[in-house]
Design a protein around this ligand. Structure first.
Ligand code: MLT
Length: 214
């Protein structure tokens, strides 16, 4: 287990890396106020034995780490989002070279799910696929990404006070239109992580037949 920063040009992200099977690592992306430690236990359950790469969001909102700035709850600073998404793409590239791992599957919760969705749309080559827990549409006008066949699991909450149902469906439509193989499940829960999320994510990841990592 290491905890350090990877520096590539001017770019640095604090993170933890847990070695494991290198072919299909998980990229763990925490929610607002979380950190690089939060999702490691979830990652170990969802993909036992996989290498885990877990960065801390570089933005601080009143001391709460996030992956990009927002103007209000659910209203994103898209210029910052695009910049931070490019930084995250560079971080993943540097981490792959440093740790000798393949293209990761993202496992993101809330703010982390939102930057994972932005990563899929803006830098589709970076991720092998994604589990998005309580995501929302990250970009008002997404580019025409080619996500041909990339597997994406979206887990939404029917009683989520932060993500309107229409918004989650729109994201599922955008990803599907870009060619992703989207499974969208709507659970009878709110915004918080539930046991059902853990079970569904674990079963879905176990059932993936991903090609060998490049
Ligand atoms: C966001 O800002 O990414 C969403 O509002 C979710 C969250 O509360 O982090």
């Amino acid at each position: 287990m290491t905890q350090e920063s990877l520096t590539q040009d001017a770019f640095t992200l604090i993170h933890r890396f847990e070695p494991g099977a290198a072919a299909r690592p998980l990229l763990l992306l925490h929610g607002t106020g979380g950190n690089e430690h939060d999702l490691l236990p979830l990652g170990r359950i969802v993909a036992p034995g996989a290498a885990l790469l877990s960065p801390r969001g570089a933005v601080s909102e009143n001391g709460m780490p996030r992956f990009f700035r927002r103007l209000a709850e659910g209203v994103f600073d898209e210029a910052d989002l695009r910049r931070r998404t490019a930084d995250l793409a560079a971080f993943v590239g540097a981490a792959r070279a440093r740790y000798g791992i393949g293209a990761p599957l993202a496992l993101g919760f809330s703010n982390g799910a939102n930057i994972a969705a932005a990563l899929l749309m803006l830098h589709p080559e970076v991720l092998a696929g994604a589990v998005l827990i309580r995501p929302m549409v990250p970009l008002a006008e997404p580019p025409a990404a080619d996500l041909a066949g990339k597997p994406v699991l979206m887990l939404s909450g029917a009683m989520d006070p932060i993500v309107p149902a229409e918004n989650a469906s729109r994201l599922a439509q955008q990803l599907t239109a870009a060619g992703a193989a989207v499974t969208h499940r709507i659970l009878p829960v709110g915004h918080g992580l539930s046991q059902a999320d853990v079970s569904l994510a674990t079963d879905w990841v176990r059932g993936l037949a991903l090609p060998d990592a490049a």
